[in-house]
Design a protein around this ligand. Structure first.
Ligand SMILES: Cc1cc2nc3c(=O)[nH]c(=O)nc-3n(C[C@H](O)[C@H](O)[C@H](O)COP(=O)(O)OP(=O)(O)OC[C@H]3O[C@@H](n4cnc5c(N)ncnc54)[C@H](O)[C@@H]3O)c2cc1C
Length: 318
């Protein structure tokens, strides 16, 4: 746990109201189901609790935030410092009708995208169907500017709130967040706590059919039941990453327990007891082969966090 003990966090005034634990098996709770433990895991009760935590936290400790873990690879050596996960106090979803057409959907950053999309559908609120195909949280979707089927967060966010590293709250407009492709430009240590999304009143059955269409397309084209983290690399300008990977002969490539999906070759899968190092090394091997085959350097979309395990580097042989 580095230089910090749990006691350090327990005698604050006001006290922590959320849950705090040490040596928490965080890697296994991500979509890849690999990687080490979090030194300290904090699950704040609500925004006030999180603000108090950030304000009192030793400045040099290092804070990592994880949503649903659907776009993250936790390395085998685990995450030092504090890992924060937004859960129950951050899952509210509410609807405010603006006029006969427009609805503002306000949601906590810990709400799952798919739940926001389904709750909206049940209210006859459309325009957020694309979120039904993204298996993360609203916080992760804001950070990654998540998108699918022609729409991304940039198109629907009205505002979002975030806490900075000292726990002060900021209300950010869509422009302030400065979304771009699978990225946004707010400082890395800021934590999104909520968002307001623009949506429309639509026919419930039309919304439902488009959610079903997205589900069918996804199960036809992506290994959605595998232990994966979605698209591994960003699409380079004017290219599709999967095509470059396919042309470089990487479809089905294996390294240790990690494999390039046969179904969608921009997806890596934990096929058989992979380590995080297997998955990262396989990703790096793909980058090498794609560069050799067409000169393009792929950029990781998956966020890799934590430390390598010095005693186990994973397989290096293909
Ligand atoms: C099967 C599958 C299909 C996918 N399909 C798509 C797709 O179609 N489109 C798409 O865009 N993505 C897709 N993804 C990737 C992933 O679901 C998205 O990137 C998602 O937005 C990540 O959200 P998360 O909550 O899981 O974030 P995590 O993976 O936990 O974290 C991702 C990043 O967001 C940061 N983060 C998380 N919460 C917060 C917060 N509250 N405040 C600040 N930063 C935060 C983390 O620190 C990290 O940098 C897919 C993934 C899988 C496994």
């Amino acid at each position: 746990m580095g230089n910090y003990s749990l006691e350090e966090f327990l005698d604050w005034d006001p006290p922590i109201r959320g849950r705090i634990s040490t040596n928490a098996a965080i890697g296994k709770t991500t979509w890849f189901q690999v990687g080490g433990n979090a030194d300290i895991l904090f699950r704040p009760k609500d925004t006030k609790d999180l603000a108090n935590f950030l304000n009192n936290c030793p400045r040099d400790i290092g804070v990592t935030v994880i949503g649903a873990g659907s776009n993250i690879l936790v390395r085998d050596g685990g995450i030092s410092g504090v890992t924060i996960r937004l859960r129950d106090g951050f899952r509210n979803v509410s609807f405010e009708k603006h006029n006969d057409e427009e609805v503002i959907v306000t949601c906590g950053a810990g709400a799952l995208d798919v739940i926001v999309s389904r709750k909206a559908a049940a209210e006859g609120v459309g325009g957020l169907e694309f979120l039904s195909g993204v298996p993360g949280t609203i916080g992760g979707a804001l950070r990654m500017n998540a998108g699918a089927y022609g729409k991304e967060m940039k198109d629907v966010v009205v505002w979002a709130t975030a806490l900075d590293g000292q726990g002060s709250e900021h209300k950010l407009s869509n422009n302030d967040i400065s979304f771009n492709y699978r990225h946004c430009n707010i400082p890395n240590d800021w934590i999104f706590t909520s968002a307001a999304l623009r949506a429309n009143i639509l026919d419930k059955s039309a919304i439902q059919s488009s959610i079903e269409r997205i589900a069918n397309q996804r199960s036809d084209t992506q290994p959605i039941r595998a232990r994966t983290s979605g698209s591994t690399f960003k699409n380079p300008n004017g290219h599709k990453a999967w095509e470059l990977i396919d042309r470089a002969g990487c479809r089905g490539l294996r390294l240790g327990g990690a494999k390039v999906s046969e179904k969608h070759c921009n997806f890596l899968v934990n096929a058989e007891n992979a380590t995080a190092a297997d998955l990262e090394n396989l990703g790096e091997e793909i980058r090498r082969r794609v560069k050799d085959s067409c000169g393009i350097i792929l950029e990781w979309e998956i966020e890799r966090v934590g430390q390598h395990n010095s005693s186990a580097h994973g397989s290096t042989k293909i």
